[in-house]
Design a protein around this ligand. Structure first.
Ligand code: SF4
Length: 327
C-alpha cells in the first residue's frame, strides 16, 4: 500500500464524535467527496447530487484515512461506533473492505456503515461489508416507479436487483442489519405500499427496521414528513422489530453541545448563512453542522428560508412546521 501523501493536520475524513439517533456517539468517517452518489434523493439533507455514479474507485487515499482515524482515536474520547457515512455513498469506495479490516486491527470500537443500499447487489460490495459490525441500508420502495421518484437514481439501478442483493447479503452476513425506511408523505406511506414493504422485509430479515421521516430540510420542498401518528400506525403494521427512530438527546454536560451550538448560533445571528457557509467558517463537517442546526431549529432559535434555490438559516422567529405539509 502507498504511504500517506501528507502528514495528518486537520480533520479531513473524520467528524465528531456526533450524537446519532441510532449509533450513540458516532465518529463519522467520510471517504467520498461531497455528493458523489448513486442517488439524488428528494429528501437528501445535503442538497443535489453533483456526480451521480456507480463507479467504484479509491475516491480518497486509504492510508490517509487510516492515519487520521488513528490520530483521532488517540484522543480517547467516548465513541460508540466508527461510522462510514458522510457526504456521499460510502460503498462507492473500493477500499471500504480494506479500511474496515485495518480499523479492526487498531480498535475494538464497532464499525457501522450507513449506506443507501444501492450497490448491495454487487458481490464486491457484499465482500467489503461482510466484516462490518452493523450495516444500515435504506429501502424506501419496492417498485421501480416509486423508488425512482424518491431516489432519482442512476439509470442502471433496479430495485428488484437491490432487494435480491439485500436478501443474499443477509444469508452471508453474520453482523447486524438495521434497515431504514424513510417515509415521505403521500409518496411511500400508503397502506398498500406498506403491506408490500412488509412482505419484502420478511424476506430480507433485518435485525431491526428503523422508521424515519424527513425531519431535516430536504433537497426538494415537496418531500414532506409523515406525522407521528402515521409513524406509529406503520410501526404497528411492520411488527416488533420495527422502531421509530427517536430523537437522540445529547447529555447536558456534553462539551460539544455548548461550544458548537453557541458558535453556530452566533454566526447565524450575524447574517443568514447556508450549510456550506458554516462549513467554511467553522471547519466542521456538514453532517456535524446539521445536527446542531436541527437542535437550533427545534429550540426555535433559527429558521430556514429559501432564496434563489439556496437554503439559508437565519436567526429568530417562528419554526415553520413542515409536518403540516402542503396546504
Ligand atoms: S440521502 Fe444519501 S443516498 Fe440519497 S442522495 Fe443524499 S447522500 Fe445520496
Amino acid at each position: 500500500m502507498p504511504q500517506p501523501s501528507h502528514p495528518h493536520k486537520s480533520s479531513k475524513y473524520t467528524y465528531g464524535p456526533v450524537p446519532s439517533r441510532r449509533l450513540g456517539f458516532s465518529l463519522g468517517i467520510d471517504i467520498i467527496p461531497h455528493k458523489n452518489c448513486s442517488f439524488d434523493c428528494i429528501y437528501c439533507q445535503l442538497g443535489k447530487t453533483s456526480n451521480k455514479t456507480l463507479l467504484r474507485k479509491e475516491y480518497t487515499p486509504v492510508q490517509d484515512v487510516l492515519e487520521e482515524v488513528r490520530y483521532v482515536l488517540k484522543k480517547r474520547q467516548h465513541i460508540d461506533y466508527l461510522t462510514f457515512s458522510g457526504s456521499g455513498e460510502p460503498t462507492l469506495h473500493n477500499g471500504l473492505g480494506y479500511l474496515i479490516k485495518e480499523l479492526q486491527k487498531i480498535t475494538k470500537v464497532p464499525i457501522a456503515v450507513l449506506t443507501n443500499g444501492s450497490l448491495i447487489f454487487m458481490p464486491d460490495v457484499q465482500k467489503d461489508l461482510v466484516n462490518a459490525n452493523v450495516v444500515l441500508p435504506t429501502l424506501c420502495a419496492v417498485n421501480q416507479k416509486t423508488f425512482s421518484r424518491i431516489h432519482r437514481n442512476h439509470t442502471n439501478l433496479n430495485v428488484t436487483a437491490i432487494i435480491d442483493g439485500l436478501i443474499r447479503f443477509r444469508e452471508m452476513y453474520e453482523g447486524q442489519i438495521w434497515l431504514e425506511l424513510m417515509l415521505i408523505k403521500g409518496i411511500n406511506d400508503q397502506p398498500d405500499q406498506i403491506k408490500q414493504m412488509k412482505l419484502v422485509m420478511e424476506k430480507i430479515k433485518p435485525d431491526k427496521i428503523h422508521l424515519n421521516t424527513v425531519v431535516r430540510p430536504p433537497s426538494e420542498e415537496y418531500a414532506y414528513p409523515v406525522t407521528a401518528d402515521a409513524l406509529r400506525r406503520i410501526k404497528g403494521v411492520l411488527g416488533k422489530r420495527c422502531e421509530i427512530i427517536a430523537d437522540f438527546k445529547m447529555p447536558v454536560e456534553s462539551p460539544y453541545r455548548t461550544e458548537y451550538l453557541q458558535n453556530i448560533l452566533s454566526i447565524i445571528e450575524r447574517r443568514p448563512v447556508t450549510v456550506d457557509d458554516l462549513v467554511s467558517i467553522t471547519g466542521l463537517h456538514a453532517n456535524e453542522i446539521l445536527k446542531y442546526i436541527e437542535r437550533l431549529l427545534e429550540q426555535g432559535k433559527i429558521l430556514l428560508s429559501e432564496h434563489e434555490h439556496k437554503k439559508y438559516y437565519q436567526s429568530t422567529g417562528r419554526f415553520h412546521d413542515r409536518t403540516k405539509g402542503p396546504e
